[in-house]
Design a protein around this ligand. Structure first.
Ligand code: ADP
Length: 212
């Protein structure tokens, strides 16, 4: 298959069981390049687990996840994760690091130092003031923190953006504003985006396709 027709991401018969629980039961789905897909379902239905098989935070019990046709298990972990931006529900900023240092952490782990200008550009992308770079996470609102979480996920210029209930903890107004920003970033940066949510309205608003 050529680059255009091959899905960017494919789940083939992916199953995941923990001791007593079957978290994911045989999922087969292909996601096209530049598609924005929402995974919707009740709490405990295995959405996060499925998402985490992509960046190998979780290994499937059986089945294969392919990125650009390559099984994710065959790629070096660092190289795989550089291609993937990951925004998690709890945001997970390091409290003892400034906003700028938090944004630069991914590239730093892979041995690259982000310039001040690049950090400023990433803040621009998520509509935060450039002066925020020197602030500490505890000086930010929940919405601002989640914007930093998105900027951090984009720092490695990923092809694929994974978001796990990214706006779950935010008030409705902040949630809508950030959702729209992410939708436009998805388009501007030619991202392929997968968002886990339990909110069907949010999924309908943002996604090209909804998987229940
Ligand atoms: P969702 O994201 O849809 O809320 P999850 O993927 O978090 O669902 O969880 C699916 C099921 O797998 C749940 O029953 C959950 O308790 C179980 N589960 C998830 N992670 C673990 C784990 N690390 N160990 C044991 N069970 C887990």
């Amino acid at each position: 298959m050529n680059q255009q027709t091959q899905p960017l991401l494919e789940f083939r018969d992916v199953c995941k069981s923990y001791d007593r629980t079957q978290a994911v039961a045989s999922i087969s789905v292909a996601v096209a390049r530049r598609e924005f897909v929402a995974l919707v379902g009740a709490s405990g239905s295995g959405k996060s687990t499925l998402l985490k098989t992509v960046n190998r935070l979780v290994d499937p019990s059986s089945g294969t996840v392919l990125i650009d046709g390559d099984p994710v298990g065959s790629l070096p972990l660092a190289a795989l994760r550089r291609r993937i931006g990951y925004v998690f529900q709890s945001v997970g900023l390091f409290p003892h690091m400034s906003v700028g240092e938090n944004i630069a952490i991914g590239p730093r782990i892979s041995g690259q130092k982000l310039t001040r200008e690049r950090i400023a550009e990433l803040l621009d992308l998520v509509d935060l003031e450039r002066s925020m770079a020197t602030r500490m996470p505890n000086e930010l609102s929940g919405g601002q923190r989640q914007r930093v979480g998105v900027a951090r996920a984009l720092a490695n210029e990923p092809q694929l953006l994974l978001m796990d209930e990214p706006f779950g903890a935010l008030d409705p107004v902040t949630r809508d504003a950030l959702g729209e920003r992410v939708r436009s970033l998805h388009r501007e940066l030619n991202l392929t985006t997968i968002m886990v949510t339990h909110d069907m309205a949010e999924a309908l608003l943002l996604a090209d396709r909804i998987l229940v």
